[in-house]
Ligand binder design. Sequence first.
Ligand code: ATP
Ligand code: MG
Length: 420
Amino acid sequence: MSTFKAPKGTYDLIPPVSVKYLAVREAISAPLRNSGYGYIETPGFEDVGLFARGVGESTDIVSKEMYAFETKGGDQLALRPEGTASVLRAALEASLHKQGNLPVKLWYSGSYYRYERPQKGRYRHFSQVGAEAIGAEDPALDAELIILADQAYRSLGLRNFRILLNSLGDKECRPVYREALQNFLRGLDLDAETIRRAEINPLRVLDDKRVDVQKQLVGAPMLRDYLCDACKAYHEEVRALITAAGVAFEDDEKLVRGLDYYTRTTFEFVHDGLGSQSAVGGGGRYDGLSEMIGGPALPSVGWALGVDRTVLALEAEGVELDIPAATSVFAVALGDEARRVLFGKVTELRRAGIAADFSYGGKGLKGAMKDANRSGARFAVVAGERDLAEGVVQLKDMEAGEQTPVALADLVEVVKTRLA
Ligand code: ATP
Ligand code: MG
């Protein structure tokens, strides 16, 4: 063991568990790739101002959790704590929104960084797959994203998740509600920090997890009662479209989410097997974000699903992903000449698209067969001097246990046929 360890709040993805993460990323992105979303990749760090403005100074993400630093050249940067601001920045920079093809639909997958108190399901480095539909105000787009996330989780075999849905109103009705809520909060007995939060971002007080705070919040004005007609109609349409798709959801009037930029539709995916880190994903509409970072008005909607917590949710439900063995054929050579010949055959198999591996390190038959077993390969190809003299290799079916000689020249074809 080296003297170094993974930094606090981080962990390594190593085989065999790492394949689960690949499978989850694949499963979450598949419905997006199938629905007109194009892949986007942005840098792991950005100008710190992008997040300060885009995510919001008053959010925990910016005020407490961001890895911000100054470069040797004097630039103020931050490791990205989330994906939306970067994706929108990149879309604006490339003028994707000016090409008459709105909405611009993008998906991404990557690492995110937040200086949090590490615990199960909460890390300082974690991974998300996300989607953004930029530049259109259309309830069908909000519905599409919720339906695709539901499809992604279901395709993985997840069942015990719930979709929480709310509307946060828009720039017409939200300020009126905000003031009503603030007036209510001013009459409560809250600690100094919560009082401060009530002044900067009162909606987030609704999200407070503490029981004593929640008790005081009984009777608080509810945003639902303040939504303007346009927001109400929009929300009803989103609900109707999701319902028509057979996707179950729960109306959650207290759902506000941590980011400042959300408007109208807001939603969260929660899993009941994860304890307090129950959110496996979340998202919503962010009609004002583009203008907040200096762009034109571009109403947009998106979500981000946490890969780490999705893997934990799968484990909590006892779902075993159906992941095929990485290797189909494992070659075991006995003697130098056989090594040369079989190494060549492995290359040939690989070029024919068959997953093949080789026993390295000059092991004896017993050790090499152990490797073959461990690889999960369906077939082992074994050859020694005597086989080569006869122009054959032994093809062993690792499931049935039976072994048959196959002419060297026919090996690739025979393996292909038997794998099919
Ligand atoms: P939470 O309320 O749990 O802090 P959040 O609202 O900060 O979540 P988002 O910013 O909406 O989370 O990120 C979307 C998803 O990314 C979350 O639902 C979660 O699955 C995942 N995620 C967020 N922060 C972390 C973290 N520190 N470690 C692991 N996964 C995370
Ligand atoms: Mg958080």
